[in-house]
Each structure stands twice: as structure tokens, then as C-alpha cells.
Ligand binder design. Structure first.
Ligand SMILES: Cc1cc2nc3c(=O)[nH]c(=O)nc-3n(C[C@H](O)[C@H](O)[C@H](O)COP(=O)(O)O)c2cc1C
Length: 401
């Protein structure tokens, strides 16, 4: 029987166990996107704490694709390779593999951050970010993005990462291409699933010329709540295309920014955190904040579609995807308990689980699980961590709220 705390392989990557730290933007890079000493110390704590493998927070591949979180990582320049070498060497001291998540933020970022207009497959406005309509990408701009992904993958290999993960989830650019809600293109980049997948397929092809069989993973949405958005049967088709393209493993997630917090679910909308830290609300005058405070928890659920399932919420979709591919499937989303992890793995619903918030709360959660000191994360899913990330480095608010 598959054991949770034994080593296993995803391509050439040897994982220490089956519990992975899912990509989590931490706000600990410097203003230009280089890893800092503080960031390296945090990653060391994750490695020391027993994570089977670590996936970094999203890392921009070019300037107009920089994420809108506080000080996100960037890997758009060769000069950064030496900085990243320090990060990979520090994590490897603990025999822990580290995978860098590469991203273009598409329309889900801000001009204030990138200094440039947002871009997307189609000129459709995002209702969470409320920026101007994004510019529809031209063919040559798409080619540039493909090349920049491939170059960033090559830099990642040179910097000592064990693999990369393409961020094709959560409504960022590659996910925008995959979703018929956001991709209305009439050319070979839109319409059929195969066409919508084309940009990702091209990234694999271009990257292979530079890095050979270096592991390239992908994080995808199995579903969202948007009209004509992603649904699991189409995600299954995408998973098969990924497998054909040579993807090393698929991480299954859900949701886009316009869905509200369905990717990162909680019982209660984090109103206090939104008023203090979110980009749209934090600069409002105190009296206005006081006035709107009681209405926020009433109106947010009307505009978003809160989901009832708060734990293990992507497991059924991951299981469906796993039935249709032979490459490893990782499932993320509301996983907090050791007995759930055992059930997911032993019942073959996924090959690996990954967690984000549980690691923010306790970077050593895997050691605690392994040593049976704890069987459940202390994270209460308050979502203050994700709400503060636009204005400061992340932190767990468990002790302070
Ligand atoms: C503070 C914070 C930052 C996140 N940053 C990323 C990111 O950079 N890339 C990504 O794919 N997902 C990101 N996520 C989403 C998580 O990887 C994960 O999909 C989601 O939180 C659900 O998992 P959980 O219930 O274990 O937290 C982030 C989540 C949080 C809370």
C-alpha cells in the first residue's frame, strides 16, 4: 500500500513524503522580485518542517505579468539566477525538493504594480481587480510570452530548482486562455479546448528545446463558478493534453478572482482584514469603512457564489482527473487533517496532497503529522493571510485576531 511518509518520485524529483507545500505568494521578495534572506529563512523552515516538496509562490516571467501581491518573485532576468541558487541550495540542505511556480498574471494584476496595461486573451474586464479593460493579446505578444516562459524555465533549471510548475489555475493568464468565460478568441487560440490549450502546448515544446526532460508540472482549475467557465469534464480533457505534452504532474485546484474566495474557502468573509489590507478598501476614510462594514458580509455572497464544501473541496474533481491520466495527480484545497490525507492517498483519489494555509499557520505541520504530535492543522481558515497579501508579507493571524 502507498505510504504517506515514504519517498516517491515525480519524474526525476524525489519527494520526501506525499504532503507538498502548495504555491503560496509570501510577499518576502525584494521590490524587484529577487529572493531575500528573509524569504530563504522561511523556505528553510518549511524544509526543516518536513514538507515532501515545496512549490514557491507565483513567480513572474515578464513585467506585464507580475502578480499584484506584495513583492512577488520574478524570474525574468538572467542576473537573478545567482540569487535563486542561494534559495535552492538552502532548501536542498534538508534533502527537500523545490519547484518554482511560473506565472503570467494576465488581467488579474494592477497597472500600479506592473507600470503597464493588463493583457488577456480577450478584452474582458475583471470585476475583482476593476482595472481598465485588458488589452487583447496579439499573435506576436503571445509568441513573446511563450518565449519568456521557456526562458524562465531554463533559468529555473540553471538556478538548481528540481522542476517548475506552470500556473494554469486561478484565473491568471494561462487559466484565462483555458476558460471560455475569459477567452473569446476567434483564432487558433480560442474556441475548442485544443485551441485554448495551444499556448500551454507551445510552452512545453519551446521549453523542451532548452531544458530537455527537466520536470514541468502544471496547476489547473477543475472548475469555477463563471458562466461558460471551467467545468470538470473539460478539465479532464486538459489533463489529457497536459499528459500528452509531457507534463510531470497535475495539481488540481479551482476558482478565479471573480468567484470570490472559492479557491481559498472560509466560513466567514474576512471583513476586518479586507477593510484594513485590501487594495480597494484600505484607503477609504475611517467613517466610510465603519458605515460599510456591516454590509460587506451581506453583499459579497450576492456577487460571488460561496461554496458549501469547505474541506477537501477539490478531491472529487482530482479523483475524476486521476481516473483519466497516468501521470501523478496532486490535490489541493481545504486539506487540514491527517486522516483525510490518509483516506485521499489510500483510496487512490490522488497521488499527493498539497496545502497552503496549513503551512502558513505551521511550517512544521508535516513533522507534527509524522510524529503523531498533531493530527489536524491549527489553521482556522480565517483567510486573513490571503487578504493581507496585497499590502504586506503574509502572516498567520491566528493568535492576533
Ligand atoms: C496567502 C496565500 C497565497 C497564495 N499564493 C498562491 C500562489 O502564488 N500560487 C498559487 O497557485 N496558489 C496560491 N494560493 C492558493 C493555494 O496554493 C491553494 O490553492 C489554496 O490556498 C487552497 O489550499 P489550502 O486550503 O490548503 O489553503 C495562495 C493561498 C494563500 C492563502
Amino acid at each position: 500500500m502507498t505510504q504517506i511518509f515514504e519517498t516517491s518520485n515525480i519524474g526525476s524529483i524525489t519527494l520526501k513524503n506525499r504532503i507538498i507545500r502548495s504555491a503560496t505568494a509570501d510577499g518576502l521578495a525584494d521590490a524587484d522580485g529577487r529572493p531575500t534572506g528573509e524569504l530563504i529563512e522561511f523556505y528553510k523552515s518549511l524544509a526543516r518542517g518536513g514538507a515532501g516538496a515545496i512549490i514557491t509562490g507565483f513567480t513572474g516571467i515578464q513585467k506585464n505579468g507580475k502578480g499584484s501581491t506584495h513583492h512577488p518573485l520574478m524570474l525574468d532576468r538572467d542576473e537573478y539566477i545567482d540569487d535563486y541558487k542561494k534559495l535552492t541550495a538552502a532548501v536542498h540542505e534538508y534533502n527537500t525538493p523545490i519547484i518554482i511556480q511560473l506565472n503570467h498574471a494576465g488581467r488579474q494584476t494592477r497597472k500600479r504594480i506592473t507600470g503597464l496595461p493588463t493583457v488577456a486573451p480577450s478584452a474582458r474586464r475583471d470585476l475583482y481587480f476593476l482595472e481598465k479593460r485588458p488589452k487583447k493579446l496579439t499573435d506576436s505578444a503571445i509568441e513573446e510570452i511563450i518565449t519568456n516562459f521557456a526562458k524562465a524555465i531554463e533559468r529555473a533549471k540553471k538556478a538548481g530548482f528540481d522542476g517548475v510548475q506552470l500556473h494554469c489555475a486561478h484565473g491568471f493568464l494561462l487559466s484565462e486562455f483555458l476558460s471560455s468565460n475569459m477567452n473569446k478568441r476567434k483564432d487558433q487560440g480560442g474556441g475548442t479546448t485544443k485551441n485554448k490549450f495551444r499556448i500551454i502546448e507551445r510552452i512545453f515544446t519551446e521549453a523542451r528545446k532548452r531544458v530537455g526532460d527537466f520536470p514541468i508540472l502544471a496547476k489547473i482549475n477543475a472548475y469555477d463558478t463563471r458562466k461558460m467557465g471551467m467545468r470538470t469534464p473539460e478539465a479532464v480533457e486538459i489533463a489529457k493534453y497536459l499528459q500528452d505534452a509531457g507534463c510531470a504532474a497535475i495539481e488540481v485546484s479551482c476558482g478565479v478572482a471573480n468567484d470570490g474566495f472559492i479557491t481559498v474557502r472560509s466560513k466567514k468573509f474576512p471583513t476586518a482584514a479586507a477593510l484594513e489590507y485590501s487594495y480597494l478598501l484600505r484607503y477609504l476614510p475611517f467613517v466610510i469603512k465603519k458605515f460599510i462594514q456591516p454590509f460587506i458580509p451581506i453583499f459579497v455572497p450576492i456577487f460571488t457564489k460561496p461554496q458549501k464544501q469547505l474541506d477537501n473541496f477539490n478531491v472529487p474533481a482530482a479523483e475524476e482527473i486521476k481516473k483519466n491520466v497516468s501521470i501523478p495527480v496532486i490535490v489541493v484545497g481545504g486539506i487540514k487533517r491527517l486522516d483525510d490525507i490518509e483516506r485521499i492517498i489510500f483510496e487512490n483519489k490522488a497521488d499527493y496532497v498539497s496545502m497552503s494555509r496549513a503551512f502558513i499557520c505551521e511550517p512544521d505541520i508535516v513533522n507534527k503529522f509524522r510524529e503523531k504530535k498533531q493530527t489536524e492543522s491549527k489553521c482556522v481558515s480565517c483567510n486573513f493571510c490571503i487578504t493581507c497579501i496585497e499590502s504586506m508579507p503574509f502572516k498567520c493571524f491566528n493568535d492576533t485576531r
